[in-house]
Design a protein around this ligand. Structure first.
Ligand code: GSH
Length: 331
């Protein structure tokens, strides 16, 4: 685990000393947008036109943020439009690498060894973390975005000429509600599990743990009345929650000490995660081997032996009870 400083790789774990033992995720630095017309997004200088075959995703199958982008690529039927490279599940002193095993593809564009070489290819003087996902422009040889929340918005609509325009996970009428759900779910749940797991003081851990389970309780209650977070149809808010929930029992309960209870113990969340897993195209984006081996194998500060636990045995393909609710297909 490390980062780039003026284009040079330095091996460094997260520094929590300035924040009372709290893990603070850095802001993504590449924030351009692909648009159907190629004009820069408001406030941006560079414009990127949506075109088939021009863009590439660098992902880890372990990473919940990258996982969002793979789900959107699959459900928007963009597999032939946007290509993908999958990094190795182990993230050690070289950061993410292109070692090829267990379904990792290597760097299918340039045959590079490390993901940080993709960042310096875009900017030889880049300083910052080297994270997945990366949305890469093969034509301009640069990074468009390394912010998953924005990449999924692009995939949701910019490529509709080639993808499935009938699927909309961020419909106009629900945008306010989706944003209002994402806003508290991100710090408490998506990033909350990391805040608990990477905390280096008891106080910081307990703070994150409390917020996490309070939010999961609220969500379980909400899902006792409706099939999905905004009601009868699946939206972006569901996919963002899903990638954390699917990792929860296999990894976060043990590795990140998020152990007040499992998702399996929540009557509604447990059925909900199976429901989403069983949406056509989604199961193929979930790789529990990469997920377990990455977290338990890579985070030596919290699991020094690197032993990967064998359990629990979670079956996301088991039946769920969610079809008792009103359901709406996408507009
Ligand atoms: N805000 C980013 C976060 C991405 C992120 O933190 N990815 C993790 C993997 S789960 C990573 O690559 N971490 C490497 C590092 O922090 O050095 C996003 O949502 O795209």
């Amino acid at each position: 685990m490390g980062l780039l400083v003026d284009g040079k790789w330095e091996d460094n774990w997260y520094d929590t000393s300035a924040s009372g033992g709290r893990f603070v995720r850095s802001q993504s630095q590449w924030r351009d947008w692909i648009t159907a017309d190629g004009l820069p997004a408001p406030g941006r200088e560079r414009g990127f036109r949506a075109e088939p075959g021009r863009y590439h995703l660098y992902v880890s199958l372990a990473c919940p943020w990258a996982h969002r982008t793979l789900i959107f690529r699959a459900l928007k039927k963009l597999e032939k439009v946007i290509s993908v490279s999958v990094v190795d599940h182990f993230m050690g002193e070289d950061g993410w690498t292109f070692r090829k095993r267990d379904g990792a593809t290597g760097d299918t564009l340039y045959g590079l060894e490390f993901l940080h070489q993709i960042y310096t290819r875009a900017d030889p003087a880049y300083s910052g973390r080297v994270t997945v996902p990366v949305l890469w422009d093969k034509q301009e040889q640069t990074i468009v975005s390394n912010e998953s929340a924005e990449i999924i918005r692009m995939l949701n609509s910019a490529f509709d000429e080639w993808g499935d325009a009938g699927v909309d996970f961020y419909p106009k009428a629900l945008r306010k509600e989706i944003d209002a759900l994402n806003d508290p779910i991100y710090p408490a749940v998506n990033n909350g599990v990391y805040r608990a797991g990477f905390a280096t003081t008891q106080e910081a851990y307990e703070e994150a743990y409390g917020e996490l389970f309070a939010m999961l309780d609220t969500l379980d209650d909400r899902l006792s009345r409706q099939r999905y977070l905004t009601g009868a149809g699946i939206t972006e808010a569901d996919w963002r929650l899903f990638t954390t929930l699917v990792r929860f029992d296999p990894v976060y309960v043990g590795h990140f000490k998020c152990n007040r209870q499992c998702i399996a113990d929540y009557p509604n969340l447990s059925n909900y995660v199976r429901d989403l897993f069983q949406v056509a195209g989604v199961a193929g984006t979930v790789d529990l081997h990469h997920i377990k081996w990455h977290y338990y194998g890579s985070h030596k500060t919290i699991n020094p032996t690197g032993i990967v636990p064998l359990g629990p045995d979670v079956d996301f393909a088991a039946p769920h009870d969610r079809d008792r609710f009103e359901t709406r297909a996408h507009q």
